[in-house]
Design a protein around this ligand. Structure first.
Ligand code: HEM
Length: 426
């Protein structure tokens, strides 16, 4: 009998706890999403692998058409979706001090490969960001441009092989763009000659494969880092990052032993490791150790591997989707396609038929096309964490410290209030 009473009390307490958790926004009189599923919160379709996280957040954006911000739940965790572009701008720029972290999973102590510039917080993020910034200067990008020159030629060879001279053939354009992006990443970031056009099943490319659990892991990384921290404590490891670390380690050792200097990102990170900074001189890719400067001990092989893994993830889907969507859109608009082709032909003619960094910078119409693709098919959301209590301007609503924030770019960029639809499919 006593057992039964204890059981009922325990069940009632758990029920009360769950009710408390999922009534967080209602209790605070905060505008709140109407579709909440325990235990998924707003993310049911994402956790179950039915939709991507970006689309699930877009659905939530569409459900509250008249609200500037709305309370949602990342699984059990209360968070806020910003719907108003002015408030989004304030959070990202003007009031950055209250939202300077992304709040995603990072555990430098137990999982050093998680310590990348996307996940680090506060002063650690600021300091690493400052150190890495020179590697993205236009001078450095220009210098690295020729490192990846012949990959474009390999893509053209491949296209010539699969496309007949007359008539037509069906090709998977996205796959071709991914292959191109992978080879560029391999070359510019890891210093590898991959040639995925000839050898599509290579080990570097296979690291991209998405597993059954990728969706859930994505949700945990972004919105429930607490669980990943526990999993890390119990031995969970990012095998892809470990594999990439091994690849980078071997290349670094080879370069250091044979005094090889190559104009790529890996070389710049070796420079950061060995000298404490990335040289602002765009021609200087030397990674010769500077023993007079003790600072460099901060940046280790793990630091390089953590950034390498981030660049591997951040650079591929983004660039290949942008390229594929731009071609997809142009293919449906003969007039714009002809204008783009004309611009490319004219610019190349001015540059002796060579696609150089400077030639690319002159293709301004192409640039507008890429920007419009990024408007229509953006990275689907931005996320931040509230780093100090914040009163939403013009309201009495308070965002508590540590509350996760999400800005649906898909929602904002496709909202006809802000952008006029450019084609029948919005
Ligand atoms: C079309 C291509 C790309 C798009 C659309 C894109 C988009 C984005 C977006 C939306 C963010 C988040 C910004 C924020 O939270 O405020 C981001 C961050 C970042 N991206 Fe990209 N990206 C692209 C290509 C790349 C490439 C090629 C690399 C490197 C190889 C890269 C490296 C990064 C890094 C390191 C960050 C974090 C920056 C920081 O926190 O300081 N991205 N990117």
């Amino acid at each position: 009998m006593i057992e039964l009473i204890v059981f009922i009390q325990l069940a009632a307490f758990i029920y009360w706890l769950i009710r408390q958790q999922y009534s967080y926004w209602i209790r605070r009189n905060f505008p709140c999403d109407t579709e909440i599923h325990i235990p998924y919160g707003t993310l049911k379709a994402a956790v179950r692998g039915e939709k991507s996280m970006g689309v699930v957040l877009y659905d939530a954006y569409l459900r509250s058409p008249n609200l500037p911000f709305v309370g949602i739940y990342f699984l059990y965790h209360p968070g806020i979706m910003i719907r108003d572009p002015e408030l989004a701008r304030r959070i990202l720029k003007q009031d950055f001090n209250s939202f300077h972290d992304r709040g995603i999973y990072v555990n430098e102590k137990r999982d050093p490969l998680s310590g990348n510039v996307f996940s680090l917080r506060g002063q650690k993020w600021r300091s690493l960001r400052q150190k890495l910034t020179p590697s993205f200067s236009s001078g450095k990008l220009k210098a690295m441009f020729c490192t990846s020159d012949d990959i474009g030629n390999k893509m053209i060879d491949y296209m010539n092989k699969v496309l007949p001279e007359k008539d037509y053939a069906e090709i998977d354009l996205k796959n071709i763009c991914v292959t191109y992006a992978i080879d560029i990443t391999g070359s510019v970031i890891f210093g590898l000659d991959i040639n995925s056009f000839e050898n599509p099943e290579n080990k570097f490319r296979s690291l991209m494969h998405i597993s059954r659990h990728s969706n859930l892991i994505g949700v945990l990384i972004f919105f429930c880092p607490f669980f990943l921290n526990i999993m890390t404590r119990f031995g969970f490891k990012n095998k892809k990052a470990i594999r990439l670390r091994e690849i980078m380690k071997n290349t670094i050792e080879y370069r250091e032993k044979n005094n090889v200097i190559r104009k790529d990102m890996l070389q710049l990170m070796m420079q950061l490791k060995n000298t404490g900074k990335i040289n602002v001189n765009d021609d200087n890719f030397s990674a010769k150790p500077n023993t007079a400067n003790g600072e460099h001990k901060e940046f280790t092989l793990d630091g390089i591997a953590a950034q390498g893994y981030l660049f591997y993830i951040a650079g591929q889907e983004t660039t290949s989707s942008t390229a594929a969507f731009t071609i997809f859109e142009l293919a449906q608009n003969a007039e714009l396609l002809a204008r783009g082709q004309k611009e490319i032909d004219e610019v190349l003619q001015r540059h002796g038929g060579e696609l150089t960094f400077d030639a690319l910078s002159e293709m301004t119409f192409l640039e507008s096309c890429l920007q419009e693709s990024n408007r229509k098919y953006p990275v689907p959301f931005l996320n931040r964490e509230c780093t100090q209590t914040y009163i939403i301007p013009g309201t009495n609503h308070i965002i508590e410290k540590d509350t996760p924030i999400v800005i649906s770019l898909l929602g904002l960029n496709r909202n006809p209030q802000y952008f006029t639809p450019s084609s029948p499919n919005k």
